[in-house]
Design a protein around this ligand. Sequence first.
Ligand SMILES: Nc1ncnc2c1ncn2[C@@H]1O[C@H](COP(=O)(O)OP(=O)(O)OP(=O)(O)O)[C@@H](O)[C@H]1O
Ligand SMILES: O=c1ccn([C@@H]2O[C@H](COP(=O)(O)O)[C@@H](O)[C@H]2O)c(=O)[nH]1
Length: 237
Amino acid sequence: MRVVISIGGSVLAPDLDSERVEAHASVVEALAREGCEIGAVVGGGGVARDYIGAARDLGANEVQLDQIGIDVTRINARLLIAALGSQVDPKVAHDYEEAGDAIRRGDISVMGGVMPGQTTDAVAAAFAEYVDADLLVYATSVNGVFSADPKSDPDATKFEEMAAGELVDVIADIEMSAGSSAPVDLLAAKLIERAKMRTIVLDGTDPSRIEPAVLRGEHSGTDIIPEGGDEPTYWAQ
Ligand SMILES: Nc1ncnc2c1ncn2[C@@H]1O[C@H](COP(=O)(O)OP(=O)(O)OP(=O)(O)O)[C@@H](O)[C@H]1O
Ligand SMILES: O=c1ccn([C@@H]2O[C@H](COP(=O)(O)O)[C@@H](O)[C@H]2O)c(=O)[nH]1
């Protein structure tokens, strides 16, 4: 089974805590031991937003801000690589070909951002499509996709499952400036829809939630159901 896991910066490195990074790496390594081929994409989190905010105040334009964000995602990717054992490609992959080659060699491949105008959510979706992944997992700071931002709307309700087209509709109104927050960005949602990619959005603040989701489909987040895609099959059945 080939899996791409997007690990939000706000769950991997809300602060510089090596034990938390180690816990995420352990989950990735456990999945690899189960025989999964893994691509990981790491976000920039609060550190990226802090840098972006400071540079915006200094007059940088949105592309320059995105470039700062990309740099931070790649630093976080290096942190995850540092915590992974010898099975990881030691380079942060800067494009999908490099990342795909590493996976085909049997390595775990880790990416950060690749280009302005998107977030690492879109990187993960494109990476998953490029390597024909069986599953894409977003480990983020909220437990799934809600009808509205649950951090600001107490009446927001969680989707247990939703079609990829519905995801596009929910995400469409969220702002897309550098450093913005969404469970997945709009480009990612469109790529998931196009690729008919089976996708899970879950709370990754506790990384141990990722393994049962990948191996058995057990999680309390949101399943994005591909329209016209195959029925899910699980590795550990
Ligand atoms: N409809 C929605 N459903 C779920 N979350 C939403 C929604 N709209 C906005 N959000 C916000 O999306 C955010 C998703 O997580 P966020 O982007 O902060 O972190 P991440 O996925 O860990 O990535 P990173 O911190 O690297 O950008 C949350 O802050 C949540 O409040
Ligand atoms: O491919 C990419 C990835 C990221 N960015 C910029 O970086 C920040 C932080 O990334 P997150 O995935 O949100 O953690 C993002 O808001 C963009 O500004 C990018 O431009 N391109």
